[in-house]
Design a protein around this ligand. Structure first.
Ligand code: ADP
Length: 420
């Protein structure tokens, strides 16, 4: 299909997502437990925006003519890669699904998409929406199932040219092995993080910093890849800042994900909940203190709810400072100097996101340069939109979702060298 035709279909998909936004969101929330208040914007709203972004982008991407000797013509074509396999997680299935699907379809590929086993419904519904929007049969295929079965089959397929993934580091490693065992398909990984959120004493508004930082870790029960799960606070304001954050975190209403009044919904599964609680127990055993929360709540409802949890006295070497929880558990560490903050911040295997709170412009730029992360937030946490890339360094992955850069994953360059 010509780019203008693809553009029309992608806009139509966005139109229908917007038309059905509430139904789609409810379906997704019943599946994964995310608070509906946020999911409306972060899932359906975000997915519609992503389809529109790539709909508008795709007829503005050109090939190149190389600056060669006049006796030849060097053309650089940008072609679709063929079949894209996409394996996505359960925390934001529609948003992350759209990050992969929209640019892949815009670039003219076919896609086989595997949702997570605990959150397949909204992506199955998205497939119906794509059909209604006029996407030809076979161009998008959604296959459900367990990772070690359906996911592995997709990753081992000789017919998949590019595999894109968001999920855990352990699965990411497996996918690289599957690629090596099969057709050397290119593999792009967006993995976990242990993102440092660094608060200097000269932050412009400490209370605002505390409030935004609380949402930066506790939203969606901490089940966010870029969650600011390590709080590094300058020692002179450590106690005051932890108190402020605890105050804001305590005020967050945890409850029924379908209740518009809930600010935090449920943890995705019993396995996740048990893992979260295990991290808290281990931290206490390592000598850390619980400043807030630490327990399962609302157990009588049968739901997997957990209190926003703040753990202080965490040493950078502790398990809680090094490993991703993917739950509502914040590890707090004091620091004395900018250099020390950078050393602690960069001292994990991960490099996905970071936050810096300061009113010193030079310091902000020094930190941006020094931090090993794919995105650095300054005086805020969260919120980057489709116009900017998202990707990790170190063991947080490779390649980028969002922005025009995402198209690089879904296109190949081909040179034509023509003697005139
Ligand atoms: P989490 O631990 O957060 O559930 P996973 O990496 O296990 O993260 O899951 C992310 C996605 O990867 C899901 O769609 C899951 O089914 C899939 N997956 C898990 N294991 C494998 C595997 N061995 N091969 C391919 N896909 C997998």
């Amino acid at each position: 299909m010509a780019p203008a035709g693809r553009k029309k279909v992608l806009h139509k998909i966005a139109d229908i997502i917007e038309r059905d936004a509430l139904a789609l969101t409810v379906l997704g929330v019943r599946d994964n437990g995310t608070e509906i208040n946020m999911a409306l914007k972060a899932e359906a709203g975000s997915a519609a925006g992503t389809f529109r972004y790539y709909a508008e982008a795709i007829d503005k991407v050109y090939g190149e003519i190389a600056p060669t000797d006049p006796s030849v013509l060097g053309l650089v074509h940008r072609e679709a890669v063929g079949v894209v396999g996409a394996i996505v997680p359960w925390n934001f299935p529609l948003m992350i699904g759209a990050w992969k699907l929209a640019p892949a379809l815009a670039a003219g590929n076919s896609v086989v998409l595997k949702p997570a086993e605990t959150a397949s419904l909204s992506l199955l519904r998205l497939a119906e929406i794509c059909t209604e929007a006029g996407l030809p049969d076979g161009v998008l295929n959604v296959v459900t199932g367990y990772g070690h079965e359906t996911g592995a089959a997709l990753a081992l397929s000789m017919d998949v040219d590019v595999l894109v993934f968001t999920g855990s580091g352990m699965t990411g490693r497996r996918l690289l092995e599957y690629s090596a065992q099969s057709n050397l398909k290119r593999v792009y990984l967006e993995l976990g993080g242990k993102s440092p959120n660094i608060v200097f004493a000269d932050a412009p508004d400490l209370d605002q910093a505390a409030k935004v930082s609380a949402m930066g870790i506790f939203r969606n029960s901490g089940q966010v890849c870029v969650a600011g799960s390590r709080l590094l606070v300058e020692r002179s304001i450590h106690d005051e800042f932890v108190d402020r954050m605890a105050h804001h975190a305590k005020a967050l209403k945890v409850g029924d994900p379908l209740d518009l009044g809930s600010q935090i919904g449920a943890v995705n599964s019993d396995r996740q909940l048990a893992g979260n609680l295990g991290f808290v127990d281990d931290a206490v055993r390592d000598g850390a203190q619980i400043a807030l929360g630490g327990s399962r709540i609302l157990e009588s409802t049968g739901g997997y709810y957990m209190e926003p949890t703040i753990v202080t006295g965490v040493d950078p070497s502790h398990k809680l400072a090094q490993q991703e929880v993917f739950g509502p558990v914040l590890a707090v560490m004091p620091f004395d100097t900018e250099d020390q903050a950078l050393r602690i911040a960069n001292g994990t295997d991960y490099g996905l996101a970071a936050g810096v709170w300061t009113s010193n412009l030079s310091r902000a730029h020094r930190m941006i340069r020094g931090l090993q992360a794919g995105v650095v937030h300054v005086n805020t946490y969260g919120g980057p939109d489709n116009t900017v890339p998202l990707g990790g360094v170190k063991q947080s992955g490779n390649g980028h979702d969002k922005s025009m850069h995402a198209l690089d994953k879904y296109t190949d360059l081909k040179t034509a060298w023509i003697q005139l």
